[in-house]
Design a protein around this ligand. Sequence first.
Ligand code: CA2
Length: 147
Amino acid sequence: MSTARRLLLVNGPNLNLLGTREPDVYGTATLADVEYLTARAAERLGYEVRAVQSNHEGVLIDAIHAAREDCVGVVINPGGLTHTSVALRDALTGIGLPFAEVHISDVYARESFRHFSYLDDVATVRVVGRGVDGYAEAVRELVAALP
Ligand code: CA2
């Protein structure tokens, strides 16, 4: 497949725990389920997905930098780094690719420290509080917004 039809899917810290606890907040789908449903949504639109999850900020930043070479957009659930990381924001703005910020839970219905996002003013698309289906929605909205 051409390099022009690939998306990077990034899941940040602790999202490897999806489906193992806090089902009331995050549902019962696993990270593997999320990666599969995201890939399926992209495939329907003619895109492939490279998926990365890490609990280490630098690993995520390196993966985002690498996307410059062969991806046309990024779908990212930054986990708790949403609320803390200028470095992640700089990585995303630095590569210049459109990106979708996804949150499984409705962060605005939770603790006030989750209401602030370092990404919200630079994200092309935001999908918040739609459960794991939000990843597929993010793919559709992001692809629709691609130049
Ligand atoms: O709602 C989301 O998707 C979040 O990005 C998830 C982050 C949280 O810090 C954000 O405020 C909102 C946390 C991810 C941790 O995921 C877990 C999943 C299952 C069990 C424990 C943690």
